[in-house]
Design a binder for this molecule. Structure first.
Ligand SMILES: Nc1ncnc2c1ncn2[C@@H]1O[C@H](COP(=O)(O)OP(=O)(O)O)[C@@H](O)[C@H]1O
Ligand SMILES: [Mg+2]
Length: 274
């Protein structure tokens, strides 16, 4: 019997949906892993993004902040192919033109996205959730390699250590706290080895302790992965960020270290308040 995922395998052998990720295919030889230039997105004449230009280097942990409606989520929609820009350039590494790819192709190329609400499989254990995330990648080989390899188990255990859920390996995901579910979902993304991770408000609804642990998690990933985080929690951002980009009315208002951005008059005016 064919599983739904097997049915989604297209003729050239790659999978769609969660996608098979070929992480090392992205060319970052010149530094940037993400390059958006002059991106404009209009909704009925309203410019959600208005000539947005932003560059993220390989291995960077970039924070994006800005008032509601600034265009943060729309920016992520453009990067992941959910929304097509009216104008502008969007490149993943040197060679991959994001404006020419579909959503599954972009996931396949190595961009992983986490939405705000956790979407783990509640009736499956932590281990199984991570295994499923990995298998979504490799199900094309399921018939010839039905059993888990030692290498696969190692990689699941390593991820459980990274997200600090090793003691909960055999616990049903539905029994985890909200914060732990968020970590599990980050772990599920990591199993697919994306080169660029996009996270929209990952600490929303977390306790202070969970937020602090998430900051540690992101810092531990810095350098190994390129990460773009949209967040409102300024304490969290100051904990993790090297460079902060402030969006306002669909464009970059300010960019720099937390100190520089926090003391920028325009940023104080539109976002931080007096
Ligand atoms: N599909 C859409 N149709 C119409 N307007 C939209 C759509 N998506 C976003 N917008 C508008 O674009 C602006 C930017 O939205 P968004 O990117 O969600 O901002 P943020 O994530 O920074 O709060 C908002 O004014 C929003 O109402
Ligand atoms: Mg948003």
């Amino acid at each position: 019997m064919n599983s739904p995922v097997e049915e989604s395998v297209n003729p050239n052998g790659s999978t769609t949906g969660l996608g098979h990720v070929v992480g090392d295919s992205v060319d970052v030889s010149h530094g940037p892993i993400l390059y958006l230039d002059d991106i404009t997105v209009s909704f009925d004449g309203f410019k959600a993004l208005n000539r947005l230009t932003i560059t993220v280097d390989a291995g960077e942990l970039r924070c994006v902040i800005g008032p509601n409606g600034a265009g943060k989520t729309t920016m992520m929609d453009v990067i992941t192919g959910k929304t097509r820009p009216d104008e502008g350039t969007a490149f993943f590494g040197q060679t991959i033109d994001l404006t020419r790819l579909t959503e599954p192709q972009i996931a396949h190329a190595g961009i992983g996205r986490k939405f705000q609400k956790p979407t783990v499989f509640e009736n499956h254990t932590v281990f199984e959730n991570l295994e499923l995330a990995m298998k979504a990648d490799k199900r094309v080989f399921a018939s010839i390699r039905a059993r888990r390899t030692a290498e696969e188990i190692d990689s699941i255990v390593e991820t459980m250590e990274t997200i600090d859920l090793l003691p909960q390996a055999d616990l049903a995901a539905g029994l985890l706290s909200h914060g732990q579910k968020q970590w599990l979902e980050i772990g599920m993304l990591l199993m697919q080895e994306p080169q660029l991770l996009l996270l929209d408000e990952p600490v929303a609804g977390m306790t202070d302790e969970e937020t602090a642990k998430t900051a540690q998690l992101f810092k531990s990933l810095a350098g190994k992965r390129s990460i773009v985080v949209v967040e409102h929690d300024m304490e969290f951002i100051s904990e993790i960020a090297a460079t902060v980009t402030v969006l306002h009315e669909g464009a970059v208002l300010a960019e720099g270290s937390m100190d520089v951005v926090q003391s920028d008059e325009r940023v104080i005016e539109v976002y931080l308040g007096r």
